[in-house]
Design a protein. Structure first.
Lengths: 113, 109
């Protein structure tokens, strides 16, 4: 399909482990966003890429979270020393450019036990 | 104060009813506005953009009031399939979308 693809769809990990979440945006979309959504809440902004650079990472909760987009397409969200409070659905979205509508992937449901 | 605020609901309405949701935003420099729909355990999907002059898409009408900093969504002739959470989304600073917590709609037969 031509939509935003996220892998894995589900991830269960032990507290303290490292995880990587992958996002493959819609082809040609220069803007890429990561969001985190907890039950009963709207998506919470984490980081925004324009091309290869992180234009705004103000939503990353602490330095355990990091994201890259080395070639301006696929992005990886990396979480070190996971904690139970990191459990949530991590959503990736892409758009043609800033200020145009964003299209979301199906999300990665992360559970830290 | 949150950037975008919505009444969480739930709004419980019978089929065929008209229902309206409002959303307020805090940043007067906000540039673009959207309504997204999210079904249970699914990703948000764009329902419609919201333009200054107001816009309509079938049974859905969106309005923007910049002076009062609120956005509305009106759904006419509600269908069972309209049951979902409706997310108000505001974009400012050209680089991120702020989401409300969503308004839950239940349409009953």
């Amino acid at each position: 399909g031509a939509g935003v693809s996220q892998t894995p769809s589900n991830k269960v990990t032990e507290k303290g482990k490292y995880v990587e979440l992958r996002c493959d945006p819609i082809s040609g979309h220069t803007a890429l966003y990561w969001y985190r959504q907890s039950l009963g809440q709207g998506p919470e902004f984490l980081i925004y890429f324009q091309g290869t650079g992180a234009a705004d990472d103000s939503g990353l909760p602490n330095d355990r979270f990091f994201a890259v987009r080395p070639e301006g397409s696929v992005s990886t969200l990396k979480i070190q020393r996971t904690e139970r409070g990191d459990s949530a659905v991590y959503l990736c979205a892409s758009s043609l450019g800033a200020n145009t509508e964003a299209f979301f992937g199906q999300g990665t449901r992360l559970t830290v036990v | 104060r949150k950037e975008v605020e919505q009444d969480p609901g739930p709004f419980n309405v019978p089929e065929g009813a008209t229902v309206a949701f409002n959303c307020t935003y805090s940043n007067s420099a906000s540039q673009s506005f959207f309504w997204y729909r999210q079904d249970c355990r699914k990703e948000p999907k764009l329902l419609m953009s919201v333009y200054s002059s107001g816009n309509e898409d079938g049974r859905f009408t969106a309005q923007l009031n910049r002076a009062s900093q609120y956005i509305s969504l009106l759904i006419r002739d509600s269908k069972l399939s309209d049951s979902a959470t409706y997310l108000c989304v505001v974009n400012f600073n050209f680089n991120k979308f702020y989401f409300g917590s969503g308004t839950k709609l239940n349409v009953k037969p």
